[in-house]
Design a protein around this ligand. Structure first.
Ligand SMILES: Cc1cc2nc3c(=O)[nH]c(=O)nc-3n(C[C@H](O)[C@H](O)[C@H](O)COP(=O)(O)O)c2cc1C
Length: 343
């Protein structure tokens, strides 16, 4: 089986090395604690939390609290912050480190209006001085490594992302992740890796290439063109978290094992969010798995299931035979459980 070369170890500090150069990208609404737990079990070498707000007034909302939860057994636990005010960001970084966070990642890549309205995320690529101020202020406030995640530039023609990476290194960042699209591209068009190569040639800290990697072949290509030290995978891990096993040269799970992994993921979601919320959040993930398995038609059966227990039962039935519509008797049985659990 072809293995992706592990090459040099990526170190964020003299005492902190990443387990492997295959990282899971932060994705708000997707890479929560259950998903990161699973990705780590399957071999991901590094993971960053979903973006966390630095606004003190939102700190204690349910969403912010859940996003800050550390993933048991993961090393290092990295949390991503987004904002535009260097002092406020330093304060929240301190607070996060006080809660046990081991790496602070700063988002200079998000193009979402909600984030950019406040001149945060990728909007900061237009203000390199503020990028320097933020990284310097955060790195000066905490004694854990500070990393950044950015895009190639504001538009396809400029190199603002490369300049931002260099400014961040100068200000104390210990690693850069670069998504091979500009801010203007948002998610349109294919990611390109040439600008990332430019950054790689000029940085002395580690660099991860990100964008459109969803297989061993695409990971090899991205790394070859960019020369990056490692890869970060976002959407390519949704519905197939075993991609991390593939990159590490481990045997790919067969269909039955994939269904067992889905079952594990389902249970992790039910446990972390509780059965009600967990059941709702599970739907988008199971839809993604079934889509990858060319079995989207089964969503018609899964989506209406209205209890955590019924979801588990349905998936268990799938794991004990070929992926197929469940028999009418079994659907009736599942519906019966649903009614009982609602009573
Ligand atoms: C639904 C979604 C949510 C995302 N949330 C974040 C985020 O919170 N922080 C961040 O830095 N990037 C975020 N991203 C960007 C991804 O981390 C990644 O850079 C991008 O999806 C390109 O990589 P991919 O092609 O491997 O998905 C998000 C992307 C998606 C699709």
């Amino acid at each position: 089986m072809p293995v992706m070369a592990n090459t040099n170890t990526i170190s964020l500090s003299p005492s902190m090395a990443l387990r492997s150069p295959f990282a899971l990208a932060p994705m708000a609404g997707l890479t929560d604690v259950p998903f990161r737990t699973l990705a780590w079990e399957l071999g991901a070498g590094y993971m960053v939390s979903e973006m966390v707000t630095v606004k003190a007034e939102l700190w204690e909302t349910g969403k912010s609290r859940l996003r800050r939860v550390l993933v048991p057994g993961v090393n290092p636990n990295a949390v991503q912050i987004a904002g535009h005010d260097a002092l406020v960001m330093a304060e929240s970084a301190k607070r996060l480190v006080g809660e046990g966070v081991e790496v602070i990642d700063i988002n200079f890549g998000c193009p979402a209006k909600k984030v950019c309205r406040k001149a945060a995320g990728s909007a900061l690529l237009a203000d390199l001085d503020n990028i320097s101020r933020i990284v310097e202020s955060v790195a000066g406030a905490v004694d854990v490594p500070v990393t950044i995640k950015t895009r190639t530039g504001l538009t396809v023609d400029d190199e603002a992302g490369v300049l931002a990476a260099l400014a961040a290194e100068e200000a104390g960042a210990r690693m850069v992740v670069m998504h091979g699209r500009s801010r203007a591209c948002r998610f349109k068009g294919a990611a390109t890796y040439e600008k990332i190569q430019l950054a790689q040639q000029r940085l002395t800290i580690p660099l991860l290439v990100n964008g459109d990697i969803d297989s061993l072949a695409s990971a090899q290509r991205a790394r070859q063109i960019s020369g990056a030290d490692g890869v970060m995978i976002g959407r390519g891990a949704i519905g197939q978290p075993w991609i991390f096993a593939e990159l590490a040269g481990k045997p790919l799970p067969n269909r039955r094992q994939q269904l067992q992994i889905m079952l594990r993921h389902l249970k992790l979601m039910h446990e972390f969010y509780g059965p009600e919320q967990g059941m709702r959040i599970a739907r988008k993930h199971i839809e993604a798995y079934l889509g990858r398995m060319n079995a989207s038609h089964l969503c018609r059966e899964f989506m209406p299931l209205d209890s955590a227990q019924a979801q588990v039962l349905w998936l268990r039935r799938q794991s004990s035979g070929p992926l197929a519509c469940v028999s009418p008797e079994a659907v009736a049985e599942i519906a019966h459980i649903q009614m009982n659990s609602a009573a």
